[in-house]
Design a protein around this ligand. Structure first.
Ligand code: KG4
Ligand code: ZN
Length: 359
């Protein structure tokens, strides 16, 4: 353990300023400052507000993480940062801060992929990921099935949503039901008092000739909105808890069925679920039942590590250092649409020389 890398990770792709510190696969600090309340009245994240909040929170959040971990910045072996995908302006604040710290401290810089970080974070809870691992990544912006044989270099998409992300569907349905923002946790809580079988909402892309690993949640979202609208128009009371539970049942049914199928088809016996929606209690429960039945080992991080945080970036950065991956150049840029296959953004020979001559 003594020679394991000590890495600080910075996450600013959306509305959480996250700073994590990881030693090998041990979490030492996970400081998060969220601007979620500043966005609530708009019903969605406002990029300019998020960027400004990151700027204000960055230095204090880094300091808080260092204090919690009980280390000095000079002790670090590297600085990792989310380079994408995410909101361009928000990412830029994190990338700029990471460069400034890495430059001032003379530490290697690792620009990493937000989605791979959501997978790698599980190493902090359940030890190193088996290779290969199947990952179901479900967040506010993404819903994908990914197969990884090495989380620092090989993440292969098997399928993804063709319209809304799972988290987006939770957020939109929550709005229809008059619940708060972000919707996921509210739907989760409300659904506990409801019956998931009360209403048979559609399961998108589930016919035998549909793509096996792709998802579609836009039809489901519309079906929920229509159902609620019809009740309201008829002057009937809307059974909010039953609608929330039935919607949640439809989403988790499709996600878990396709994830288990992907494992079986590809001969993979470990399934990891990550991203904000992985915090959902019904998804966790159903995934556990179906994996147990199929002989698949399920790995899901605790809810606090599923939603965006800095620890996940530090976890991937630590793995990058351990595996001797090439650090990023100091002209690393934020890429709002960074493909999932680009796990880290390395440097080029030219950049390496430019960096040396500038020093
Ligand atoms: O990964 P994340 O924190 O940010 C993105 O990268 O998008 O995911 C945020 C999404 C939101 O749509 C939120 O509603 C959803 O995750 N979420 C949940 C739960 N907690 C967060 N969805 C369902 N159930 C939850 N308990
Ligand atoms: Zn995320």
């Amino acid at each position: 353990m003594a020679d394991e890398p000590l890495v600080l990770g910075i996450e600013t792709s959306c509305d959480e300023t996250g700073v994590g510190i990881v030693h090998g696969t041990t979490l030492l600090a996970d400081a998060v400052a969220s601007s979620v309340n500043d966005h609530a009245r708009y019903g969605g994240v406002v990029p300019e507000i998020a960027s400004r909040a990151h700027l204000e929170a960055m230095v204090p959040t880094i300091q808080r993480a260092l204090d919690t971990a009980g280390i000095k910045a000079t002790d670090l072996d590297g600085i990792a940062v989310t380079a994408g995908p995410g909101l361009a302006g928000a990412l830029l604040v994190g990338v700029s801060a990471a460069k400034a710290y890495a430059w001032a401290l003379d530490k290697p810089l690792y620009g990493v992929n937000h989605l791979a970080s959501h997978i790698c974070v599980d190493q902090l809870e359940h030890g190193r990921l088996p290779e290969p691992t199947m990952a179901l990544l479900v967040s506010g912006g993404h819903s994908s099935l990914l197969l990884s044989s090495d989380i620092t270099s090989d993440v292969r998409p098997l399928g993804a949503t063709i319209d809304d992300a799972a988290g987006e569907a939770f957020d939109k349905v929550a709005r229809v039901l008059g619940l708060g923002f972000p919707g996921g946790p509210h739907v989760d809580r409300t659904a506990r008092d409801g019956d998931g079988k009360a209403i048979a909402f559609p399961r998108g892309l589930s016919a035998s000739n549909d793509p096996a690993y792709d998802f579609s949640f836009s039809g489901l979202k519309t079906a929920v909105a229509r159902w609620v609208e019809a009740r309201r128009r008829a002057g009937e009371e809307v059974p909010i808890a039953d609608v929330a539970a039935s919607f949640q049942e439809a989403v988790t049914d499709v996600l878990t069925r396709k994830a288990v199928r992907a494992c079986k088809d590809n001969g993979v016996d470990h399934l990891m679920i990550g991203g904000g929606v992985a915090a959902n209690s019904r998804l966790r429960e159903m995934a556990q039942q179906r994996c147990d039945r199929a002989g698949i080992v399920l790995r899901v991080p605790r809810p606090g590590l599923c939603t965006d945080n800095g620890a996940m970036v530090a976890a991937l950065g630590s793995e990058m250092v351990r595996r001797g991956r090439t650090p990023s150049a100091f002209d690393l840029s934020a890429d709002s649409s960074l493909p999932v296959t680009e796990v880290h953004v390395p440097h080029t020979e030219f950049h390496a020389h430019a960096h040396e001559s500038l020093r």
